[in-house]
Design a protein around this ligand. Structure first.
Ligand SMILES: [Zn+2]
Length: 379
């Protein structure tokens, strides 16, 4: 989640908001000022209602921030580095740079979020009760009660057992602890998240048709986000497990067909590309270093009259971080998007091209891992 506005650091953790939070702030203020507060005190002036509603929306946002920061602080106490905390349209994201070290830490980091929301619900309910006893205006009491109820709802909702919700993390931690298999626990939590998200999308559509367009749409949107995140997490787990202990040299295609930067396109197409099974070719310079890559599609655009254009002029430059040594762990490569065509990385050492890694090589690594694990695949 990209921070649109960075608000500062809280105990060393960069804290910010995404622009979509502003949409939510406006929505909440609007709901409070035009529906909740008029019902509580029809006599209150419009100005009072909007002012109270805006303060309530800000307090609500602060309680969301408390939920996320609680995750971040507990994570840090367990040695997990925290990248940032960002609030956005559907809540907040505490970005953790590492995986929790053990199941107990996983459980605590996940559990503290709903616990914080529940505590906020209790606190605001307490303020509302105290305020009512002291004769505070009805609009203020209604706002405090609304914040209490919404925080309670957030605590319960986040406990639903499917990743990426806190309940999904708790499920993962419990399974991890019981069976000692973190990848398996991860996969079960992600699958549960996918089903949960799917159910919410269907439920949301039913609500759209039968009850309320906006509420239904909201439910479906949250469901869609949960299902998408769960699917991404499943894939991530699979990749991590498959890449465990592998080096670049283990998955690369060795001795790839390649051309030289000064070579004529026509000669290369006739001599190499037409006979090759590759769909992307590396271009190597005079010192033997790979400097770029050219796809079959690009070569196909070369007109006969341009047959003498040099390969170096057709190729897309290769970012230096995509040229890796043979011993680089695969785990650092698989999340990278292809540079050009299906090329993910180039393996070279000492001015010698050793191999290439394409998205196909990564898929092959995945399939081999599933085969090893004995689970049939449809991919
Ligand atoms: Zn949470």
């Amino acid at each position: 989640m990209k921070q649109t506005f960075r608000l500062g650091t809280i105990r060393g953790i960069p804290f910010g908001i995404h622009w979509s939070v502003l949409v939510i702030m406006v929505l909440i203020t609007d709901i409070l000022a035009r529906s909740v507060l008029p019902a509580a005190d029809p006599a209150a002036s419009t100005g009072t209602r909007w002012a109270v509603a805006a303060v309530a929306a800000a307090l609500f946002l602060a309680s969301l921030a408390a939920h996320e920061l609680a995750h971040a602080f507990v994570a840090r106490r367990h040695g997990v580095r925290v990248g940032s905390v960002t609030l956005w349209m559907l809540g907040g994201v505490a970005e953790l740079a590492d995986e929790p070290p053990n199941a107990r830490a996983d459980l605590r980091i996940a559990g503290v979020g709903p616990l914080t929301s529940a505590a906020a619900a209790a606190a605001f309910a307490g303020f509302a009760a105290t305020g009512a006893a002291l004769g505070v205006p009805a609009t203020v009491i209604a706002s405090l009660s609304w914040i209490a109820a919404t925080n309670g709802l957030i605590a319960v909702f986040n406990l639903l057992p499917g990743a990426p919700l806190d309940g999904g993390r708790i499920l993962r931690a419990v399974l991890w602890r019981r069976h000692g298999d973190k990848a398996g626990a991860n996969r079960t939590a992600a699958r549960a998240g996918r089903m949960l998200g799917g159910a919410m999308i269907v439920g949301g559509l039913v609500v759209v048709l039968l009850v309320s367009f906006l509420s239904g749409l909201w439910l479906a949107l949250v469901g869609w986000f949960i299902a998408g995140s769960a699917r991404a997490e499943e894939r991530w787990t699979d990749l991590r497990e498959a890449a465990e202990g592998l080096r670049a040299t283990d998955i690369m295609a060795p001795h790839p067909d390649h051309g030289w930067s000064w070579q004529h396109a026509g000669t290369f197409i006739e001599g190499v590309a037409l006979r090759s099974r590759q769909s992307v070719f590396l271009v190597v310079n005079v010192t033997g270093d790979p400097i770029g890559a050219v796809t079959v599609e690009r070569l196909a655009l070369v007109q006969p009259r341009d047959a003498r254009v040099r390969l170096g002029d057709l190729s897309v430059p290769l970012p230096s971080e995509r040229v890796v040594g043979p011993d680089v762990p695969v785990i650092t490569l698989f999340h990278l998007p292809p540079v050009v065509g299906d090329l993910v990385a180039v393996v070279a050492s000492d001015h010698r091209l050793l191999g290439i890694i394409t998205t196909g090589d990564i898929q092959r690594m995945l399939r081999r891992n599933r085969l090893r694990a004995g689970t049939p695949t449809t991919a």
